[in-house]
Write a protein that binds this ligand. Structure first.
Ligand SMILES: *[C@@H]1O[C@H](CO)[C@@H](O)[C@H](O)[C@H]1NC(C)=O
Ligand SMILES: *[C@@H]1O[C@H](CO)[C@@H](O)[C@H](O)[C@H]1NC(C)=O
Length: 152
């Protein structure tokens, strides 16, 4: 009788430990609901890249730019980027300099205890805005208007 009690106790203990460490039935793999889109970034202007993911527990979103993890302002105050609304990447000010540019390929990565889901790649280019044209000696009015309509 005593042996049986001890075995039962061990069985319950093992079961408890296993349940504590592994996902439950209610957990769900991350799933990307909204992918970031290709588009244009206007230098020195704000911009937002979309990413929406579902999963249980709620996945955390990280972003990758040309294969490298994007640093947000909590990690690097100069990055000018932050996560908003649970996963969107917000650029306070798009950077486009000779040595450093926000242009390139982006994807978001939604991760929870079960695993990760990766979004499609979005390619972002730098939009040429009217201001840049004003410094150019040649003026193309028609082209100006078209370029001015470029939206993010
Ligand atoms: C997305 O782009 C990265 C390079 O930035 C590349 O390694 C990866 O294979 C691409 N993924 C897809 C799904 O095209
Ligand atoms: C996604 O994020 C997880 C957790 O940080 C990481 O282990 C994994 O390598 C990432 N995958 C990609 C393709 O970025």
């Amino acid at each position: 009788m005593a042996e049986f009690t001890i075995l039962l106790f061990l069985f319950l203990a093992v079961q408890f430990i296993c349940e504590g460490a592994s996902p439950t039935d209610q957990d769900a793999y991350p799933q990307i609901l909204e992918h970031p889109q290709n588009g244009y970034l206007a230098r020195d202007n704000p911009a937002t890249l979309s990413c929406q993911a579902d999963g249980k527990p709620k996945p955390t979103i990280t972003w990758y730019h040309n294969g490298r993890k994007v640093k947000t302002m909590d990690e690097d105050p100069y990055s000018q980027k932050m996560l908003i609304e649970g996963g969107k990447l917000f650029f306070l000010r798009v950077i486009h300099q000779k040595d450093k540019s926000d242009a390139g390929v982006y994807y978001c990565n939604a991760t929870n205890i079960l695993g990760s889901a990766i979004s499609r790649n979005a390619t972002l280019k730098i939009a040429v805005l009217r201001d840049d044209f004003l410094h150019s000696p040649v003026q193309h009015k028609c082209f100006h208007r078209r370029q001015g309509q470029v939206q993010l």
